[in-house]
Design a protein around this ligand. Sequence first.
Ligand SMILES: NC(=O)c1ccc[n+]([C@@H]2O[C@H](COP(=O)([O-])OP(=O)(O)OC[C@H]3O[C@@H](n4cnc5c(N)ncnc54)[C@H](OP(=O)(O)O)[C@@H]3O)[C@@H](O)[C@H]2O)c1
Length: 447
Amino acid sequence: MAEPLKVGLAGLGTVGTAVVHLLEQGRDKLVSRCGRPIEIVAISARSRGKKRDFDLKSLRWIADPVALARDPEIDVFVELIGGAGDPAKRAVETALASGKPVVTANKALLARHGQKLAVIAERRHVALNFEAAVAGGIPIVKTLREGLNGASFTRIYGILNGTCNYILSRMEQDGLAFEDCLRDAQRLGYAEADPTFDVEGHDTAQKLSILASLAFGTKIDPHAVYVEGISSITPADLAAASELGYRIKLLGVAVKTDEGIEQRVHPTMVPKESAIAQVMGVTNAVTIDAVGLAPITLVGPGAGGAATASAVIADLADIARGIVTPPFGRPVARMTAVRKAPMQHHEGGYYIRLLARDRPGTAATIARRLAQQKISLESIVQRHSLTSRGAAAGSRGAAQPGRSGEAVPVIMITYATSEDAVHKALAAVRRDRVVTGRPQVIRIEKN
Ligand SMILES: NC(=O)c1ccc[n+]([C@@H]2O[C@H](COP(=O)([O-])OP(=O)(O)OC[C@H]3O[C@@H](n4cnc5c(N)ncnc54)[C@H](OP(=O)(O)O)[C@@H]3O)[C@@H](O)[C@H]2O)c1
C-alpha cells in the first residue's frame, strides 16, 4: 500500500475529536478513494491531562502547536484550535512556511489573515484548505472554488449561523420572544454563554467575507460587510411577515452591483416559497446565483462535530490525492481589492413597522414623507386602531389613524427603493412626531 498521509492535529475539542473518530471509522473507505491511508501521528491541545474519549497512547503529544506545525514527521497540519490570533495563526503560518499543507476550520483566522496565509501557501505550492470554516458540513467552498469555477457569479446569499436560524424559527413557530428562544438555544448547546458574536451577525459576516472572496475574486475584507443582528426582531414582525407571505432569516448576502460588491448581513424577509425560507432550526443554506445558471441552493448542517469533521476529512482527502488548488480559487496576484458598494445605495423592497400616533393627519403625513422620497407601497396593514372607524385590525388599505393619540402599529411593504430614501423618509416622519419609538426596518430579498 502507498505511504500514509501523516497528520499532525492541533485542537482536540468538538471538531478535533470528531476528526479522530471519523478517520478511524472511514479508514478503509479513504484508502479506496485516495489510494493511501490518512493517519493521525501527532497531536496537540491545551491540556494533556484532560479526559478524552479516544486513546491518546499511540499518538505523539507535542505541547506546542507551533512545534507540531513544523514537525518533520508530519505531512499535513490540521488546525482546529480556533481564534484569529496565536497560537492558531503562528502554527498555520509555520506549517505553510515549512512547506506543509494545512487544513483549518478557522473562519476567524481566514477572515482576518486569509490573504497573507494564501500568499505563503502559494509561494510554497501547498494547499490551504478550509471547507469546514463556512457552513460546516455544506461543501460550499469546494462548490465555489472548483465545482463552479467556470461560472460568473452575481449573488451569493445564505443562512450561515445556525444559532440565529434556530432562534428565528422558534420565534416564528411558537410566537416566543427573542430572549426566551436565546435561553433555549443556550440550554440546548446551540448558543454560546456570550451569544453576541452570533446574534449580532459578526459570525455570519466573517463567513460571508470568505464566500464573497471565493465568488468575486476580491481580497477578504470583513470590514467591507454591513452588519445588523437579530436582537431587535419581535414576534410581531415574524407574524406580520408570515401574513404578508414572508419569513425572516438572518442572511449574509454578497451581490455584484455596478458600484462594486455589496456585502451585508441583516435580518431579511424572504418569500415563503423560496428555497431559503424552508430552512428551519440550526440548519444552514447557501444560494448561488450565476449568469446563465438557475439558482443553486445547498442545504445542510452548519456546525456540530461530525458535520464539520466530514468537511475537514474531505480537505485531507484532496491533499492525500495530491490536489493543490489556489486557496481562494485564483492566484493571490489576481485577486482585487474590494470595491465596496455603499449601503445607502442598496436597492430593494422594505418592510417598515411604525407605531403611528392615533390622531388625524398621521396617515397623510406618513404618505407625504414617503412620496417625497418616491417610495411607493406594495401593501399597508394597520393592526388595531383604538378609536378610528373603518380601520379594522389587520385590514389592508390606507391607514386612517383616529383621534386618541395612542400608538397604532402600521406595517408597510415598499416596492423597490433605496436605503437612503427609506432612512430619509423615516427621519422626516420622526421629526414630524407622528410616530413613537424607532421604526423597524427589514430588507426584503427576492429570489
Ligand atoms: N464546533 C463547531 O461546530 C464548529 C463548526 C465549524 C467550525 N468550527 C471551527 O473549528 C475550530 C475548533 O472548534 P471547536 O468547536 O472544536 O473548539 P473547542 O471545542 O473549543 O476546541 C478547541 C481545542 O483547541 C485546544 N486549544 C485551545 N487553546 C489552545 C492553545 N493555546 N494551544 C493548544 N491547543 C489549544 C483546546 O484544548 P483542550 O481540549 O485541552 O482544552 C481544544 O482541544 C474553530 O476554529 C471553530 O470556529 C467549529
